[in-house]
Design a protein around this ligand. Structure first.
Ligand SMILES: [Zn+2]
Length: 88
């Protein structure tokens, strides 16, 4: 067990090319778009508009930040609307 851990830490990219990446959700941008990080080599992926996984470049990080802000504000607005309609 210990040997495997050391190997993973020393050669994460080699480990990934042999056994494949181990992606974990690192950020939920919207209901459909998420960001993933490989727990071994820290490679990042994101979901694009077609629902496919692509590499998370700085450009896509920027797009996701904007998406997240729009999504959050829309969620807050719809929450407020629900609150108002529940009063009347
Ligand atoms: Zn990896």
């Amino acid at each position: 067990m210990k040997k495997t851990t050391i190997k993973r830490n020393l050669f994460p990219s080699i480990y990934c090319s042999l056994f494949g990446h181990d992606y974990e959700i690192s950020k939920k941008v919207t209901h459909h778009v998420k960001e993933y990080t490989c727990s071994y080599c820290k490679k990042e992926l994101t979901t694009n508009s077609n629902g496919h996984l692509i590499e998370l470049t700085p450009k896509f990080k920027e797009i996701n930040d904007i998406l997240e802000r729009m999504y959050t504000s829309r969620m807050q607005r719809s929450k407020r609307k629900t609150f108002v309609s529940s009063i009347y």
